[in-house]
Design a protein around this ligand. Structure first.
Ligand SMILES: Cc1cc2nc3c(=O)[nH]c(=O)nc-3n(C[C@H](O)[C@H](O)[C@H](O)COP(=O)(O)O)c2cc1C
Length: 162
């Protein structure tokens, strides 16, 4: 199958999760394109789509939401999975899903949704991001669990094969 992986990421951590998903699906025998949401003109040529986004201030990225708005009609006709990555720390915080996850999952009739723990590297942040993080108790570090990511990719590959 021809699979699109489209991930909105500011500082690269969520994009790397998308790359691992893409690699695992390619290993399972699929043809996978990784294209950032702003560069997706149409999803009509794909058989399945994985959408992902980093979370900033309780929301998924504008670019991901815009892609869903542009292509919701086509997306609804295909198997779509949605993930987000934001909570950081051990235990990961915050525990609640971003406000817009439910509406996006509904508008694309997502087959599955998943939250992955992210990475917070203060050194890579701009001034306003640093100021925002300073207001929270967020722990810095890379909390991503790539075994978890690969396991989710395996469930998607199994569903596509079925
Ligand atoms: C300014 C700022 C605000 C954030 N707000 C949230 C948030 O509201 N909820 C959340 O779960 N994670 C939040 N995060 C954590 C990021 O989503 C996390 O660091 C993610 O892994 C970054 O992904 P990226 O490198 O792909 O941009 C925030 C991070 C920063 C720097």
């Amino acid at each position: 199958m021809h699979v699109l992986v489209s991930v909105a990421s500011r500082h690269g951590a969520t994009a790397e999760i998308g790359e691992v998903l893409a690699l695992e699906l390619a290993r399972a025998g699929h043809f996978v394109d990784v294209v950032p949401p702003d560069d997706v003109e149409s999803v009509s040529d794909f058989d399945a789509v994985i959408l992902g986004s980093a979370v900033y201030v309780g929301r998924l990225a504008v670019a991901l939401r815009a892609l869903v708005q542009r292509e919701s009609g086509q997306l609804r006709k295909k198997p779509v999975w949605l993930f987000w990555s934001g909570p950081v720390g051990d235990p990961p915080m915050p525990v609640t899903a971003p406000d817009d996850v439910a509406s996006i999952a509904r508008s694309v009739e997502a087959r599955g949704e998943r939250c992955f723990v992210g990475r917070l590297d203060r050194g890579g942040l701009n001034l306003s991001e640093r100021a925002l993080v300073a207001l929270t108790q967020a722990q810095t570090g890379d909390f991503r669990d790539f075994d978890d990511v690969r396991a989710w990719a395996a469930t998607i590959a199994a569903e596509l094969a079925a």
